[in-house]
Design a protein around this ligand. Sequence first.
Ligand SMILES: C[S@@+](CC[C@H](N)C(=O)[O-])C[C@H]1O[C@@H](n2cnc3c(N)ncnc32)[C@H](O)[C@@H]1O
Length: 191
Amino acid sequence: MDFFKWAAPFYDLAMKLVGHGSSLKELSERINPDPGDKLLDLGGGTGQLLDYLPAEVEVTLADSSEEMLARARRKSRKQKVDYLKARGDNLPLPDDSFDYIVVADALHHFEKVNETIRELERVLKPGGRLFIMEFNPETLLTRFISRAESLAGEPANFYRPEELAKLITDAGFDPGLEDLSSSLYILQGSK
Ligand SMILES: C[S@@+](CC[C@H](N)C(=O)[O-])C[C@H]1O[C@@H](n2cnc3c(N)ncnc32)[C@H](O)[C@@H]1O
């Protein structure tokens, strides 16, 4: 089953019900782009993060699901946005392209996490910053989500914060960890 093909029509409403917007808002408050900075929102889905980003940032919203991207394209935006159908492990983007990369609530859906992290390191500019928002698999809530997603045929690649920090360190990032709630964490990486 193509999970996001099925989920796209319900995604925004479902995320509203679980309060996803407040996590995205908190995440966005940690990103301080200058006017004209370029930001890649990988696994950006229907583009909910853009509601919380300033108008002056130039966004590339990349996602592997045409159905999620179609929903994103329908929304009017204050930012300049390029929409790109692409998988994180094979980004059709030049080296050193972005000042910021965000992967919010998405990496655990990716099949090839190591390859994706290598791509993120390649397309981020030197001095750029990576933000990954993920669920900590040690909590009851994440175990429930993981089980439900596995049953739906998703990879459910949940990493403990220290494990994911090691993966990005091995790929050349300088990591920083922060808990957003008991289940959610933000991993930052500087290149
Ligand atoms: C739970 S949604 C998160 C969307 C958005 N970041 C948000 O916070 O609302 C996960 C997204 O990851 C996308 N995705 C899954 N595997 C992917 C891959 N390998 N490369 C790029 N996007 C992928 C899905 O299509 C989906 O839109």
